[in-house]
Design a binder for this molecule. Sequence first.
Ligand SMILES: [Zn+2]
Length: 150
Amino acid sequence: MNLIYYPNKILKIKTKKVEAFDKNLSNIIKEMKELMVKNNGVGLAANQVDLDLSLFIAKPKDKFYIFINPEIMLAEEEEIKEEGCLSIPNKWGLVKRYKKIKIQYQDIKGKKRTLKASGLLAHIIQHEIDHLSGILFIDKAIEIYNLKND
Ligand SMILES: [Zn+2]
């Protein structure tokens, strides 16, 4: 499993619904987690590792989250946030996001769940759900910065 970088086409697809909640799925998630942690990421979507699946993981701080077939049910209060992406190195941008969201998703066993999120987790979830629809932060950023490497 490897990270996929912009402008790879898989980053522009609308990912397919996960149907099989099996051993293969837990292996995929385990590998994605290792890759995300190794790259100091706080979120990673399946199409960022070349998989056409509607799932992403998140680790805002210590807690690790898995979201399968996620959908945003409710979003409140817009704000402008700074963000980057593991698939678009050395770029940052200002993006309009919601402060509070409510999502519906399935867990690793396929059980339907809902979650209310705010703060960094809400921000990550919106970025990752965009990935699963083929949308990148550079597509909606109101301003983009390049990081200079010395
Ligand atoms: Zn990203």
